[in-house]
Design a protein around this ligand. Structure first.
Ligand SMILES: [Zn+2]
Ligand SMILES: [Zn+2]
Ligand SMILES: [Zn+2]
Length: 366
């Protein structure tokens, strides 16, 4: 007899990670309740939205419309940032009937936490319009919440903080917000970064992210032909720097998947975002705000996803502290993946990253 993946009589919604038996890294989180979330965004473009929207659950005065508050900063009565449960979580509490696996139909229980961080009381606030003090508070909130979630349950192996802004980036509510998902598995892309950077470290005794920062700060290099001695190519790797602060740097990656993708990293080596010193939050806020302002100026209202990659807490690896380097990846959404990209897994970028960095650097921002 074939055992069903989920017993439909017990619960009609499915919430589990289904492991792709051919390519395990292409596993899928099946979360059917998610299909019930609002599909329509209130406004076609987030920049044309209003300051306050009567029907928006994330606007001030409408606090009763959200699921129960988890935390509010500085306080629920005058909140600037508010954390609530997600009404349509992709991961959630333990289920009364555990998921079953059969043969090649392997599943991992969709246990976890899914929360929403309402970034700002103002409905139409874009990130670059928020004050640097507010952004420093926001990243401090990310850090606190990640720490609490890691501590709350040993089964939570990774806490991912991310933001979808604009309908093209998958935001179903126009009001600015971020999300936190605490997962029972380490996402494969993070795992791949950890493994590959560790391999680089073991060969070179250096952090690959630190090496990339050093290269980005190398302004010119000339490659000579080995036989003739003539100049073969002049490269100016420094052209990848978008913004530089005292503690942080924003870089256009050499192999960017998205046309306007930018990564922000601490200049000093640091593997775990949770150990970011309080004093460094201000510089992170400044570099992030200026980078977002540049993207917004060039793209005329950027719709984007950003997410935070930090060393997973479950790794038992003596080198990982030295080999991994936390970072933020910002991916503006200016095109939809095509059949070639889906079929080959190879992203097509139509703007040369160095040209994109040049335009971002030249953008007039305040
Ligand atoms: Zn709102
Ligand atoms: Zn490093
Ligand atoms: Zn990453």
């Amino acid at each position: 007899m074939v055992t069903p993946i989920a017993d439909p009589a017990a619960d009609t919604t499915v919430r589990e990670i289904r492991v792709n038996p051919i390519v395990p890294s292409e596993s899928v989180l099946v979360a059917t309740a998610r299909g019930m979330r609002p599909k329509k965004t209130e406004e076609p473009a987030p920049r044309t939205a209003r300051r306050h929207v009567e029907t928006c659950p994330f606007c001030t005065g409408n606090e009763a419309m959200t699921p129960p508050v988890i935390a509010a900063y500085p306080a629920e009565t005058n909140w600037e940032i508010r954390i609530v449960e997600n009404l349509y979580p992709v991961l959630g509490d333990d289920r009364s009937t555990p998921n079953l696996s059969f043969g090649l139909q392997q599943t991992i229980d969709g246990y976890g936490r899914h929360e929403v961080i309402i970034d700002n009381p103002r409905h139409d606030a874009a990130l670059h319009e928020m004050s640097e003090a507010h952004l420093a508070l926001l990243f401090g909130v990310y850090r606190n919440r990640m720490e609490q979630l890691y501590r709350s349950d040993a089964r939570l192996r990774y806490v991912l903080v991310f933001k979808n802004f604009g309908p093209a980036a998958g935001a179903s509510i126009a009001h600015t917000h971020s999300q936190v998902i605490a997962m029972p598995v380490v996402p494969d892309n993070v795992q791949a970064e950890v493994i590959n950077s560790r391999a680089f470290y073991r060969r070179n005794h250096r952090c690959i992210f630190c090496s990339l920062i050093d290269e980005a700060l190398t302004f010119e290099a000339t490659i000579y032909d080995r036989d003739s001695g003539e100049i073969r190519r002049k490269i100016s790797v420094g052209q990848c720097v978008v913004e530089r602060g005292r503690k942080f740097i924003a870089i256009k990656p050499f192999a960017s998947r998205y046309e306007w993708e930018v990564h922000i990293l601490p200049l000093q080596h640091q593997s775990d975002f949770l150990r970011l010193p309080q004093d460094d939050l201000a510089d992170l806020a400044r570099v992030l705000r200026r980078t977002m302002a540049r993207l917004d100026a060039v793209l005329g209202g950027a719709q984007y996803n950003y997410f935070l990659h930090s060393l997973p807490h479950d790794v038992e690896c003596s080198d990982c502290e030295a080999s991994y380097h936390w970072h933020i990846e910002i991916c503006p959404r200016t095109s939809i993946p095509t059949g070639f990209e889906l079929g080959s897994g190879l992203f097509v970028n139509t703007v040369a990253p160095e040209a994109a960095a040049e335009r971002l650097r030249a953008a007039k921002i305040s």
